[in-house]
Write a protein that binds this ligand. Structure first.
Ligand code: 3HC
Ligand code: NAI
Length: 648
């Protein structure tokens, strides 16, 4: 039974038990409906505490039901009954109260949360808005600017903040149920949420400014716009009208393409390890990570590990480089402290768990070592061959290479079965994606350990076979190639960037390359030059820019030119160079529309995606979508290139 009732000292304790996250499935809704009927009918009962078994309060409606026709009892009706019940309901919240879970809590008379709980309305992240009164009840509990922020961004808040802004009435570090039972005896004097006025301390001017800001940041997405509309309704209409409009908006979004795409990505992100789930066993516990190379990536990976509570030893080429690497790591931790992501005490603890030096021998006791040295196979092989003799026999050795052959790197050791690719993305302490590159002969334990580390770091692991660029960079090479063809055929970098940004990418490809540094892909192209098929079309624009010393943002020039504060402007020099290249190759430049630009880019992604699947480099088309969304900002609300081709 997903909902149980127990009576304690005239208080009914209604427990929802629907693992893993107590989603509000039809069976749970039915159980709650029965609980309302029973508790209302029983004269012994004076109040009801609703709580959850397992690791969390209700994390929302059951998203798996969204593709199907809605089934009774409907959540909004249920919550109306809870709010209108003669016996007051008290929500006792631990873990996450999200979406329909927070809506349930808001329909209760009183909300108590454990100190570590998190509360939020993340529906926009699924292309939705709250559909069971969330947009109408929330601004009656918290100031309207906070309500707008929560509904339109979907970001959950901590119990402390929730308490401060009025979303919850009490917080406890003690036993949640005991405290809830004590409070239940006093709850009947509290007025129902919907009968309270909206909290209007935010001025219209500042709310409008906040709305304009959200609209700019979420252009092209239907849900944030609907969230703004729903909140405006809640602030201006009687609650019953606002509730009806909210429900209509919710239902139309639920059946719309953006929510379908975002739900696809939600489930795809959680299914990336499906093909190996059965084989994952016996991972080596990772408490101490060694990192070789403290540049951009090494420092970011070190910070990611430290932030996750894992001790780190960083090794650089010499003491000066070690100091520079340590400074990079410390700067990231300091920034986390400044932004409130770390307390002072945890910041100190993390720094104490960090050591930087220039001796590989200091990594002897590491459980896992990640090399992030220069992208040069001989340097990487040399580092791994040395480590092979230094670390314990079971220690996992990982490479963060972007393109190089992980099997060849593994072969430089005596124990290739313990070598794995862990391909992080920059900035490594922020980006959620982690490609786990699996050379043939990899041991099950090495793979399990890599996956476990990914989970410890809160990353989304995607498995990739060995090839030049794995999944992410190989996809990027394919659509970059197509974009470069279009440069010669008639488009200019800023037109291609504009088409991509209008499609929903946060940044166009050429601006992104300028930002990352054009020299990185130049080095890769130089490496591939000897083996490149001479019959294949090759665009030299990028090489010519690099040859002229224009590496993008960092040199002030690339496809764009940059002013002192880094604002990009179309580069006349790049434009002239592109025109000259078209002329040199005898190409008659023609106008290429934005829709043709996007069609060609998507087709390139999809064709490369299919090749990647055929070669067994990715386990599923969904994994490719997960990579494109999380590595390169493919718009989540379009589901990824493979999803786009399936839904064409
Ligand atoms: N419905 C159905 N299944 C869900 C679910 C939900 N709301 N939330 C999580 N799950 C499933 C996941 O698919 C996963 O299944 P799997 O084990 O088969 O892969 C399992 O629960 C565990 O999920 P996670 O791996 O994500 O577990 P974490 O501990 O990392 O995270 C969480 C827990 C923070 C609750 C996270 O799962 C999450 O963010 N869930 C979605 C929350 C959400 O968006 N809620 C709003 C739903 S829409 C809604 O409520 C509409 C309402 O307004 C009417
Ligand atoms: P970087 O040049 O910023 O850092 C490399 C660091 O390695 C330098 O600090 C250097 O002193 C150190 N180093 C070189 N040889 C060493 C040795 N033998 N022992 C100890 N330290 C040594 O380079 P970056 O960008 O951090 O890249 C590192 C690796 O990560 C490369 O393989 C790169 O392809 C990969 N990568 C880079 C990404 C990026 O966006 N920059 C993204 C993902 C992977």
């Amino acid at each position: 039974m997903p909902v149980q009732i127990e009576i304690r000292d005239r208080i009914a304790v209604v427990t929802i038990d629907n693992p893993p996250v107590n989603a509000m499935s039809r069976a749970v809704r039915q159980g709650l409906s029965d609980a309302i009927t029973q508790t209302e009918a029983n004269p012994e009962i004076t109040a009801v505490v609703v709580t959850c078994a397992g690791r969390t309060f209700v994390a929302g409606a059951d998203i798996r039901e969204f593709g199907k026709p809605p089934q009774e009892p409907h959540l909004p009706d249920l919550l109306d009954r809870i709010e209108g019940a003669r016996k007051p309901w008290i929500a006792a919240i631990h873990g996450n109260a999200l979406g329909g879970g927070l809506e349930l809590a808001m329909a209760c008379r009183f909300r108590l949360a454990s100190a570590t709980a998190r509360l939020g309305l993340p529906e926009v992240t699924l292309g939705l808005i709250p559909g069971a009164g969330g947009t109408v009840r929330l601004p009656r509990l918290v100031p309207s600017d906070k309500a707008l922020e929560m509904i339109a961004t979907g970001r959950p808040i901590s119990a402390n903040i929730a308490h401060r802004v009025g979303l919850i009435d009490a917080i406890t570090s003690g036993d949640l149920l005991t405290t809830a039972l004590e409070l239940a005896h006093q709850a009947d004097t509290v007025s129902p949420t919907l009968s309270r006025p909206v909290r209007s301390e935010t001025s219209a001017g500042s709310l409008n400014a906040q709305i304009a800001n959200i609209q700019t940041r979420t252009e092209g997405q239907a849900a944030p716009e609907a969230a703004i509309l729903a909140l405006r309704n809640a602030l201006t209409l009687p609650p019953t009208d606002a509730l009806k409009k909210e429900r209509d908006l919710f239902l139309s979004l639920k059946d719309g393409p953006q929510s379908g795409a975002m739900r696809h990505i939600f489930f795809a992100e959680r299914a990336t390890l499906q093909s190996i789930r059965e084989t994952l066993a016996d991972p080596l516990p990772v408490q101490r990570v060694g990192i070789v190379g403290g540049g951009t990536m090494g420092a970011g990976i070190a910070a990611a590990c430290l932030l996750a509570g894992i001790a780190v030893s960083l090794v650089e080429r010499d003491t000066e480089a070690a100091r520079a690497g340590a400074n990079r790591v410390t700067a990231i931790l300091d920034n986390s402290l400044k932004r409130g992501k770390l307390t002072k005490a945890t910041h100190n603890e993390r720094l104490e768990a960090f050591h930087a030096g220039d001796q590989l021998l200091s990594l002897a006791d590491a459980d896992l070592v990640i090399e992030a040295v220069f992208e040069d196979i001989s340097v990487k092989k040399d580092v791994l061959a040395q480590l092979d003799h230094i670390v314990r026999p079971e220690t996992v050795l990982a490479t963060n290479t972007s393109y190089l052959d992980v099997s060849a790197i593994a072969a430089s050791t005596q124990h290739p079965e313990r070598v794995i690719g862990l391909h992080f993305f920059a900035p490594a302490h922020i980006m959620k994606l982690l490609e786990i590159v699996t050379p043939k002969g990899l041991s099950a334990r090495t793979l399990s350990t890599g996956v476990t580390l990914a989970k410890q770091l809160g990353k989304i692991p995607v498995l990739a076979g060995v090839c030049d660029g794995f999944i992410a960079n190989r996809m990027m090479s394919a659509y970059r190639r197509e974009a470069e063809y279009m440069l010669e055929d008639g488009a200019l970098p800023w037109q291609i960037d504009h088409a991509m940004e209008s499609f929903g990418f946060p940044m166009g490809l050429f601006r992104m390359q300028d930002l990352a540094g054009l020299d990185i892909s130049w080095a890769m192209r130089k490496r591939q030059a000897a083996t490149r098929d001479p019959a294949q079309r090759y665009v030299e624009v990028g090489d010519l820019l690099c040859g002229a010393g224009h590496f993008g943002r960092k040199t002030g020039r690339g496809y764009y030119v940059y002013d002192d504060v880094g604002t990009p402007f179309p580069s006349l020099e790049a434009e002239a160079l592109i025109h000259a290249e078209s002329a040199r190759k005898g190409i008659d430049r023609r106008e290429i529309s934005e829709s043709e630009i996007m069609d060609r880019l998507l087709t390139a992604m999809q064709s490369e995606g299919r090749r990647i699947l055929d070669e067994g480099i990715a386990s599923s088309a969904n994994d490719i979508d997960v990579v494109m969304v999380n590595a390169f900002g493919f718009p989540r609300w379009k589901g990824g290139p493979m999803y786009c081709s399936a839904s064409d």
